[in-house]
Design a binder for this molecule. Structure first.
Ligand code: SF4
Length: 752
């Protein structure tokens, strides 16, 4: 029997509402939900392929446990017994830091991934935590932490109202947005231009987004911070800095002006390969626009000065008076945010509270660089224990971290490893236990993280579109049981995990003077929660304590889970609104424009003024039908233009004697790979581009389609030594490489 069901799409950060067609328990179609309060019917090719992804025959249907060296099918009870037996002895013998936790990007796309991994890390007490953030976005967290006192307080461009948008290192026509949740990002950019606004794109590649822009500046990779510093300098030099109404909440303006004194447009022009006059024009137009927003993304994050570039993006928004005002860059307010506390000084943001064991990288946001995972496993030191057991949740660092070959070997030497993953992929093939979550149609969905980055405040929740298949376990239960097994409570009722969180949260809430439940009985409040299970009760609690919540009866019109369920297409909570100074958590209670760690890193940027890389450098590339390493096994999402080819400019191709389609050996500090050339003037001369997430050619995986067209792992060109020092983020863009054309008969992938 055919029916439809609503499901928020988990396949990128845009969070579109989908209408799924379900036939006999299988998803057979997907279209955009026109009634969705946020996405209003938008869908992209990935969302349209939801059914194919959901029904991928290579998805594991039950747990696997390694016996006599081989992964074999097992019961859930056997699998969790093996997890407890594998992790606890390591903790007891070597201490908690000997157990590493790796969280991959899909964690932020599931409810379970938001609710349980923090409990796992806290319960283990480990400092060996690694996530996809340090190959992607940690610079933005660090700059927000330093500026605003909260690493998760990230302003987003007010796309629907701005008059002038400057994108640097961002390609939302392919990515559909990142650290800026906006269904139909392309349509919103077209609407900006249609209402007379200006779109400028700064990118070494002429991307689809750049082609839509009024102006495209093909900057030299890795020099974004220099360009942005020169723009900030110009604002001061030409008297264009105007903080507007938020000035009383901002400190450090004079110190900032002095610190940027020598970053003139003329001084950065050669390094950036952008005329000084063009930089001044760009700056004047930004300052003159009635409203404007600067937005930087992965191309400006995954570079040697990623934190400085991320900081300077917000510096420009602040100096032009565009931070925290409509049409500028604003702080979203999600429905599950904590109860807003009164404005005032906070604890501030600290970096380097502990360090990695081998190369002493400072932690950032409680995480160590993913680039250091391999050495934290394979390198003994006089002090501290190597990582001997690993918990990987939705993580494939063999492909997503630098030097996958080294990590591949290191994983093979672990005492124990458990992967929560639907696939037997390049990383989970090393696990002793694999715990597969059900396909997305069988899971509920709410976007805890992405709503804090959304260009419009709204809230949506979808229950599972189809029931769990026999033998499947809900992802929330898998992770709750994993928490118990890893933390010495194996065998306890998984519902106890949710009950514990609810009791602790309500216990704190009733003691907080600003809470709507101040002074009430937490047990009485817990008894008021609705929901069919623990995760739903936790969602209900967060909604009711949140900024739009009913405060457990304090506001009869406020949000509850019941009210949300009565609005299956979501509830619109209005456009973004100015919020300063309330969300600031700096020690001063103000925006701290020139934090000390930033000031201390500026000499490194100053040294880059003299940089003129002579050889070829590598940058990444994103495709609309792809998302990191996890969608290459779906035929509908591969092929055509979504191929692992090496883009290079015709001038470089001619100089090196490379023909279109010819295999080219690319060599970097970490190794070499061979990929077919795609000669195109969409990259600037001196720059080559490979997409990431490919390299599905290792034995022991179960990714039939991906293995048929494996591509190469671009991260093998990196040795893991290049990091942005403040954030620990891997440098993935602007990396020096050498090329050598091969004959057509050359092997697809070569060793070191
Ligand atoms: S844009 Fe993103 S959220 Fe929307 S349908 Fe495509 S993959 Fe899904």
């Amino acid at each position: 029997m055919s029916r439809t069901a609503l499901r928020i799409c988990p396949l990128c950060e845009a969070t579109c509402g989908l209408v799924l067609t379900v036939d006999d328990g299988r998803v057979t179609g997907a279209r955009g939900d026109r009634d969705d309060v946020f996405s209003k019917g938008f869908i992209c090719p990935k969302g349209a392929a939801f059914g194919a992804l959901d029904a991928d025959p290579d998805r594991l249907r039950g747990p696997l446990v390694r016996v006599d060296g081989e992964l074999r099918e097992a019961t859930w009870a056997e699998a969790f017994d093996a997890v407890a037996a594998g992790i606890r002895p390591v903790v007891e013998r070597y201490g908690p830091h000997a157990v590493g936790v790796v969280l991959g990007n899909p964690n932020v796309h599931t409810m379970a991934g938001a609710l349980y991994p923090p409990l796992l890390i806290a319960g283990l007490g480990t400092r060996s935590v690694f996530t996809a953030s340090t190959v992607d976005q940690m610079p933005k967290h660090v700059s927000s932490g330093l500026l605003f006192g909260d690493a998760n307080l990230i302003p987003v461009p007010d796309l629907d109202r701005t008059g002038h948008l400057l994108l640097i290192g961002a390609n939302p026509l392919e990515s559909n947005g990142s650290l800026c949740t906006a269904p139909d990002f392309p349509g919103r950019l077209r609407a900006l231009r249609a209402r007379g606004g200006t779109l400028t794109v700064i990118d070494p590649r002429r991307t689809r987004t750049a082609r839509l822009a009024d102006r495209h500046l093909a900057i030299r990779p890795g020099t974004d911070a220099l360009l942005l510093a020169a723009m900030a300098h110009t604002l001061f030099e030409e008297g264009l800095a105007d903080l507007g109404e938020r000035a009383t909440h901002i400190q450090g303006v004079d110190e900032l002006a002095a610190a940027l004194d020598d970053f003139t447009p003329e001084a950065v022009a050669a390094a950036c390969d952008i005329d000084a006059a063009a930089i001044r024009t760009l700056t004047r137009e930004l300052a003159a626009a009635p409203t404007a927003a600067v937005y930087g993304r992965i191309g400006s994050c995954t570079v040697p000065h990623g934190t400085l570039a991320s900081w300077l993006v917000d510096v420009l928004n602040i100096l032009t008076g565009n931070l925290d005002r409509p049409g500028g860059a604003l702080f979203p307010q999600a429905a599950t945010d904590r109860t807003p506390r009164p404005a005032g000084p906070g604890r501030g943001f600290a970096l380097g509270r502990w360090h990695s064991r081998v190369r002493r990288h400072p932690e950032a946001k409680g995480e160590l660089p993913l680039s250091s995972l391999a050495e934290e496993i394979d390198t003994p030191t006089a002090e501290g224990e190597p990582v001997r057991a690993l918990v990987a949740v939705a993580a494939n660092p063999v492909l997503s971290a630098p030097d996958g070959d080294r990590l591949d070997k290191a994983l093979g030497g672990l005492d124990f490893m458990v992967s929560v993953d639907p696939y037997l992929n390049e990383t989970s093939r090393h696990a002793d236990v694999v715990l597969p979550p059900p396909p997305p149609a069988q899971s509920p969905h709410h976007d805890f993280a992405f709503n804090t980055l959304a260009v419009r405040n709204q809230v949506r929740y979808t229950r599972p579109a189809v029931p769990l298949e026999p033998g499947r376990m809900a992802e929330t239960e898998i992770l709750a049981r994993l928490v118990l097994a890893a933390t010495g409570m194996h065998g306890a009722d998984p519902a106890a995990v949710d009950t514990l969180v609810i009791d602790q949260t309500l216990g704190k809430a009733v003691q907080a003077p600003h809470s709507p439940v101040h002074g009430r009985d937490p047990q009485e409040l817990a008894g008021l929660l609705t929901g069919e299970n623990g995760p739903e009760r936790r969602l209900d609690m967060m909604l009711r304590l949140g900024p739009y919540g009913d405060g457990f009866g304090a506001d009869r019109d406020g949000l509850t889970l019941d009210r949300l369920l009565a609005h299956p297409h979501g509830i619109d909570l209005g456009p973004l609104r100015p919020r300063l100074p309330q969300p600031l958590k700096t020690r001063s209670g103000r925006v701290e424009l020139l934090p000390e760690p930033i000031a201390a890193d500026l000499p490194r940027l100053r040294a880059a003024l003299d940089g003129r890389p002579g050889g070829l450098v590598l940058v990444g590339r994103r495709h609309l039908r792809s998302n990191n390493s996890w969608m290459h096994n779906v035929p509908a999402l591969t092929g055509g233009s979504n191929r692992c080819t090496l883009h290079l400019h015709p001038e470089d191709a001619e100089r090196l004697g490379v023909e279109n389609g010819q295999p080219v050996r690319v060599k970097g500090a970490g190794g070499e790979v061979t990929a077919p050339a795609e000669v195109t003037d969409a990259v600037r001369p001196g720059v080559v581009s490979l997409p990431h997430g490919w390299g599905h050619d290792r034995p022991g995986t179960r990714l039939g389609h991906a293995a048929a067209d494996p591509g190469v792992n671009v991260n093998q060109l990196l040795d893991g030594s290049l990091l942005d020092p403040l954030s620990g983020n891997a440098v993935l863009n602007g990396v020096p490489v050498e090329l050598a054309p091969l004959t057509a008969a050359a092997p697809e992938r070569s060793g070191l």
